[in-house]
Design a protein around this ligand. Structure first.
Ligand code: C2E
Ligand code: CA
Ligand code: CA
Length: 436
């Protein structure tokens, strides 16, 4: 619950505190401001100076903000690089603005870490209760939208109201549209193939959700998944994706060597219903648990590993594989890596896509492969978008590859076709795909 790096509460207790405060409020209480503070560029700092430097900077940011807070203010680390701040009993929005300016100015002072002088950039999104939203999850969503707006401008901070009048209609209204789309099963599931490098043959697919909104056209998955995570829609969305993927791949998994991976958002890992929903889906579609992999991102998992542990253990005992996605971008501790019942790491595509040009990224890919093998885990390189990358990751000892060079995500009918025609096709899957 408490983040060991910064000694601050994590996302869950922060959200619970927000709910408590909003429930206890009366009209006389004035305004409540919710600030979301994003610290960057952490990835560059991690890769150029080292993860320890990134850790020290995040701890330093927490200390500097904490130093000027009032006793009633609440500060938490709500995501890898994001802090949340609740300021209550404000007389005017000017006080929230003042706090945002303080956050920005204390963080502008350079950090001295490991012999380097490092400058960070912070962006702040602000949403006010009751002006911008009354429900806690909506307030958080609004602060996030304001943060997106601040990120897209030169300004260090933005209020939610500033951006609703400008050109961000999609994110604001997305929520209602998405709810409808899930209810009407208007989402689609695409499948991206994965090959085994030992024989260069397809071994399975990853299910990736697609949404074309009637109002906005195609919406990027990272945008609508983010909205779904903030609004509770992620559970019905996941149930839909899981069932659709297992149903559509029924023919293919007659080949026991073919597996299907589905992404599981970390925000639902603490939900006791998830185990039932997953095992129900495997039962309904007659799926061998060993042919299903659930991918959970590293950063989200490490934000609250204890909560995830119970569910992941139960899934693993049931025979389902667990994979850590986007590996290399978070702050995995070796202690947890050893403790979590995972069977696979996926090297984040940002490293793989630039490994042929950047020696440093190639070294990270090699390090992740070696780390995975030390823990007897399989390792997948994602973002393999060139023929030379297939050779490079194979030479490094990587087990599986996925990416544009092998195949982009595609709907099931195109996948069936691809499985018969592609150079990576193999006979058993071909037979399953053609139904013979
Ligand atoms: P992810 O799980 O890391 O999925 C891999 C992403 O990389 C996919 O993006 C895929 O299209 C893209 N990709 C794969 N190979 C290449 C390549 O060679 N080059 C480039 N440029 N991109 C490549 P997509 O489908 O846009 O999904 C983005 C993220 O949204 C996913 O990242 C995942 O975190 C999330 N997502 C998508 N569907 C779901 C879902 O059903 N549930 C959850 N929880 N998250 C999902
Ligand atoms: Ca994934
Ligand atoms: Ca990934």
């Amino acid at each position: 619950m408490t983040d060991t790096l910064t000694n601050l509460p994590g996302r869950k207790p922060f959200f619970e505190e927000l709910c408590r405060r909003l429930n206890a409020r009366t009209q006389r209480d004035g305004l409540l401001a919710l600030l979301v503070v994003d610290v960057g560029p952490l990835r560059e700092i991690n890769t150029q100076i080292g993860y320890h430097a990134g850790d020290l900077i995040l701890a330093g940011v927490a200390d500097r903000i904490r130093a000027f807070l009032r006793e009633t203010d609440v500060l938490a680390r709500i995501a890898d690089t994001e802090f949340g701040l609740i300021l209550s009993s404000l007389v005017s929005s000017g006080q929230a603005e003042l706090a945002a300016t303080r956050v920005v100015s204390v963080c502008m002072q350079p950090f001295h870490v490991l012999g380097h002088q490092v400058k960070v950039r912070v962006k702040v999104g602000i949403a006010l209760h009751p002006n911008h939203a009354t429900a806690p999850e909506r307030l958080l969503c609004r602060a996030d939208i304001a943060l997106c707006q601040a990120r897209s401008t030169e300004d260090a901070y933005a209020f939610y109201s500033d951006c609703s009048s400008r050109d961000l209609p999609s994110v604001v209204v997305i929520e209602g549209e998405l709810e409808q789309a899930i209810a009407n099963s208007d989402l689609e599931v695409y499948f991206q193939p994965k090959i085994a490098l030992k024989n260069r043959m397809v071994t399975g697919v990853e299910a990736l959700t697609r949404w074309t909104s009637q109002k906005f056209g195609p919406v990027r998955p990272d945008v609508f998944i983010g909205v779904a995570e903030r609004t509770g829609l992620i559970l019905p969305l996941t149930v839909f994706v899981l069932n659709t993927a297992l149903r559509q791949c029924q023919e293919l998994t007659r080949d026991p060597g073919f597996s299907v991976a589905v992404n599981l958002s970390a925000v639902i890992l603490g939900n006791p219903e998830v185990f039932e929903l997953v095992t129900q889906a495997t039962n309904i579609w007659g799926f061998e648990p060993a042919q299903l992999t659930l991918e959970v991102t590293e950063s989200a998992l490490m934000a609250d590993p204890e909560t995830s542990l119970d569910l992941l253990k139960r899934l693993a005992e049931y025979g389902i594989n667990v994979s850590i996605d986007d590996f290399g971008t978070g702050y995995s501790s070796l202690v947890y890596l050893n403790k979590l019942p995972v069977s696979e790491l996926k090297v984040d595509k940002s490293f793989v896509m630039s490994m042929l040009d950047q020696e440093r990224d190639a070294r990270i890919v090699q390090a992740v492969i070696d780390l995975a093998h030390t823990f007897e885990l399989a390792v997948v390189a994602e973002g393999v978008d060139r023929p030379a990358t297939v050779e490079a990751v194979a030479a490094m000892g990587c087990d599986y590859a996925q990416g544009a060079h092998i195949g982009w995500p595609m709907p099931i009918d195109l996948l069936m076709d691809w499985l018969v025609r592609s150079p990576w096709a193999r006979e058993s899957t071909m037979r399953a795909a053609s139904g013979s």
